[in-house]
Design a binder for this molecule. Structure first.
Ligand SMILES: [Zn+2]
Length: 126
């Protein structure tokens, strides 16, 4: 098992643990069943609500075909609502030069709050 990468976020914001996300997911699915809302729609609504409160999901395992740098859009005033709290992966070539990354929807630098730098093949899960 790999140690999850850590991301720096402003005070008061945090990543929920996998256990907390499972609890949220279960509660949302149960509530969705009660009120008759499709579960995937309820998930989307709950993740948006959590992100608005500064509570975010853990980063995904990056796709290996592009640069593995990730960024968490965390400031509601700086990003559009549809990507708030949705992890972005750089779409440039793996191992590209420089500290700047771009997902196509969003550009960032490794030094930005909310950024996770690209990792090398050595660090991939063993
Ligand atoms: Zn990149």
């Amino acid at each position: 098992m790999t140690t999850p990468p850590t991301v720096t976020l402003p005070e008061g914001m945090r990543l929920l643990s996998h256990e907390q996300m499972r609890a949220v997911h279960d509660a949302v699915r149960e509530a969705a069943r009660r009120v008759g809302v499709p579960g995937h729609k309820a998930d989307e609504i709950s993740y948006s609500a959590l992100a608005a409160a500064g509570q975010f999901v853990q980063p995904p395992d990056p796709e290996p075909d592009t640069c593995t740098a990730l960024y968490l859009p965390h400031q509601a005033a700086a990003v559009t609502a549809d990507i708030l709290g949705v992890w972005q992966q750089c779409g440039d070539d793996p191992g590209h030069g420089g500290d700047d990354h771009d997902s196509g929807d969003f550009g960032w630098s490794d030094s930005d709050t909310g950024a996770l730098p690209a990792h090398t093949a050595d660090e991939e899960k063993a």
